[in-house]
Design a protein around this ligand. Structure first.
Ligand SMILES: Cc1ncc(COP(=O)(O)O)c(C=O)c1O
Length: 383
């Protein structure tokens, strides 16, 4: 059963300050860049009864199966600048960036992850030729650990949940081993703020793609919430497009780690204690980033939680349209489906101005990160 919270206070989101250069112009210079595709999903539109469903497909970002490297790479770059290691950088390729910073790099980076962010940090470290230590909570699927190790990083499994892994990574960090974490707490904010900025590349690309398709703007946008950094980027983007109408913004979480839903209900950051055992590993976070919270609180119209089964159904629907979407990746569709089958939520959506056949934008935030589970869900044996 999904839990739904209509946020009467939505509509006055804060924005992040502009760092002075666009994350998109940064990402364009990295090896193997191309914009992630914006795909149509007629099967999802039919399932939802929507006019059209567009899916920003993040299953192949620089050859990695999730969007997360957008934040990790950008934050590492901005750290090099803000720590004074490089200034006024002029470069056009990774080789040139390496030449600029090879004598001023730290020994390496450390982070905690449920899989995807850690792999993004590990890949960026490998590009720069430094080390990465990546801490994961116990229970992390072996394929995700192997994925991080395949980038040359060292992985350490930490007893407890994601929050425990973050604490372990933060205590390991030092002068020569920089913490690159995607969640903020008092006193640790510049890196996670840059990570949010890095994610905005998704929206900057999407604006160009919508314009090229001559597609109307979406009426509803769904975003998955783990620590909330992605949601802060998405919400901040749509709430700050002053010349355009803001779509209804839906925040989607796993029912077992619904920290944004709980925080919105209570009106302050609430930790949902672990262990968080959803297969939606990217959403297994018990505490919101304190930078993301005000943006999410003021900007999200509806919070909805979904079960693993809901995510499985969404994975199959998207697979039917040739969109390879993993458990956390499909959760957005699962969340919108849960809202559209709930009478109270439908009424609330109508009062927010949503018409009978809305245009829906989903972000499929990951492709296959657990191949065994993906095959079991999408191509079950005997079918
Ligand atoms: C695939 C995927 N989707 C969504 C999220 C949620 O992002 P955030 O933690 O910034 O809320 C994550 C986080 O790891 C993820 O890996």
């Amino acid at each position: 059963m999904s839990a739904i919270f209509i946020n009467e206070k939505a509509g006055i989101s804060k924005n992040y300050s502009d760092p002075g250069f666009s994350s998109l112009s940064f990402h364009r210079k990295l090896p193997g860049y191309f914009p992630s595709p914006l795909r149509m999903s007629p099967a999802a539109a039919e399932r939802l009864g929507a006019g059209r469903v567009l899916v920003k497909d993040e299953s192949d970002r620089f050859g990695l199966p999730s969007f997360k490297i957008l934040g990790a790479s950008y934050a590492i770059y901005t750290e090099l600048i803000s720590r004074g290691r490089i200034s006024e950088p002029q470069w056009d390729s990774m080789d040139e960036l390496i030449l600029l910073c090879r004598d001023v790099l730290p020994h390496g980076f450390v982070t905690a992850t449920d899989g995807n962010h850690g792999r993004g940090v590990a890949r960026t470290a490998a590009w720069l030729g430094v080390e990465a230590e990546v801490f994961v909570p116990e229970g992390t699927v072996a394929a995700r650990i192997r994925g991080i190790e395949s980038e040359g990083a060292t992985v350490k499994v930490i007893p407890g949940d994601y929050d425990d892994a973050v604490e372990a990574a933060a205590s390991r960090a030092g002068e020569d081993l920089w913490l690159i974490q995607d969640t903020a707490w008092p006193g640790y904010e510049s890196v996670p703020a840059a990570i949010v900025h890095g994610y905005s590349t998704i929206m900057l690309e999407m604006e160009e793609q919508l314009a090229a398709l001559k597609s109307p703007d979406p009426d509803l946008v769904a975003v998955q919430i783990g620590v909330g950094s992605l949601a802060a980027a998405v919400t901040g983007h749509f709430r700050s497009r002053r010349s355009k109408r803001t779509p209804v913004i839906v925040g989607v979480e796993s029912e077992s780690a619904a920290c944004a839903y709980e925080s919105a209900r209570v009106g302050e950051i609430v930790t949902v204690p672990g262990p968080h055992r959803s297969v939606m590993a990217g959403l297994n976070c018990g505490t919101l980033s304190n930078l993301a919270w005000p943006v999410i609180r003021d900007g999200t119209d509806i919070f909805v939680t979904v079960t693993d089964e809901d995510a499985f159904e969404a994975m199959r629907i998207l697979a039917g349209d040739g969109i390879v979407s993993g458990e956390s990746g499909s959760a957005g569709l699962a969340g919108v489906a849960a809202l559209f089958r709930d009478d109270g939520a439908r009424e609330a959506l109508e009062s927010m101005g949503l018409g009978p056949e809305p245009g829906v934008l989903l972000i499929s935030t990951e492709g296959i990160t657990d191949p065994v589970l993906y095959q079991r869900v999408v191509n079950p044996p005997g079918q």
